[in-house]
Design a protein around this ligand. Structure first.
Ligand code: AP5
Length: 217
């Protein structure tokens, strides 16, 4: 088994976790693991996990801890990649954070992407994802050039079922009540650093790279 660093990317829905994790993974040896992406894949494939999770996700609530932690445990069963792992969307509750603490290897470090709520509502209502390769776009901030994906050329952009305004508000409420307390959890352990997620995408990437460099080397 090998044990690379685990970086927990935190931040409210729409903070830019997925966007930034993809960029960081492309520029470093880190592997991006998103529990949201894994759950959406399970929904698409209509697995038992997907069938159980779909309605919960559509309401903007959290899938039960045991199910999500099992998914992460499966991913980490053979250790963590030497280059390290970027966990996006996990942990989201105290029970999940404690589960992660129980996994062998170096202790996880948390980086929080901080953005205010009105900005994330705007970002999420404008988010579109390429149906071909999952690249993330935004109709307001970063539309696909000439309507086609610059990575794979696909012309089909989809909007997530949970990106309707009332569901976005519910996801933010869940974040405030259940996930934001993890900032203090990691801060108390001396393992939390924040970056300003309200800047432009490139500037946030640069801040994250600097934070990674400082913490991981
Ligand atoms: P998940 O997929 O993890 O959703 P989320 O945390 O709500 O985060 P998002 O994916 O919505 O946002 P993001 O921060 O990745 O932002 P993005 O980069 O796309 O989870 C979905 C659901 O699955 C949950 O609600 C829950 O039901 C379930 N689930 C997942 N994990 C779970 C767990 N651990 N436990 C229980 N249940 C779980 O960016 C958003 C938009 O903004 C994009 O359009 C992007 O282009 C744009 N943008 C990004 N950065 C910038 C910037 N700097 N400036 C301008 N625009 C920007």
């Amino acid at each position: 088994m090998s044990y690379g660093t685990i970086i927990v990317l935190m931040g409210p829905p729409g903070a830019g976790k997925g966007t930034q994790a993809k960029r960081l993974a492309a520029g470093t040896g880190f592997v991006h693991v998103s529990t949201g992406d894994l759950l959406r894949e399970a929904v698409r494939n209509q697995t038992p996990l997907g069938q159980e999770s779909k309605a919960i996700m559509d309401r903007g609530e959290l899938v039960p801890d045991a199910l999500v932690s099992e998914l992460v445990a499966e991913k980490l069963a053979s250790g963590t990649p030497r280059g390290g792992i970027l966990l996006d969307g996990y942990p989201r509750t105290l029970a999940q954070a404690e589960f992660l603490e129980g996994i062998r290897g170096p202790r996880p470090m948390a980086i929080g992407i901080e953005v205010d709520e009105e900005e994330v509502v705007r970002r999420l209502s404008g988010r579109r994802t390429c149906a071909g390769c999952d690249k993330i776009y935004n109709v307001y901030f970063s539309p696909p050039p000439q309507g086609a994906c610059e990575e794979c050329g696909c012309g089909e952009m989809v909007q997530r079922d949970d990106d309707k305004e009332e569901v976005i508000r519910q996801r933010l409420k869940v974040y405030r009540n259940q996930t934001a307390p993890l900032i203090d959890f990691y801060r108390d352990l001396g393992r939390y650093v924040a970056v300003d997620g309200s800047k432009r995408i490139d500037a946030v990437t640069a801040e994250l790279e600097a934070a990674l460099q400082e913490r991981v080397g």
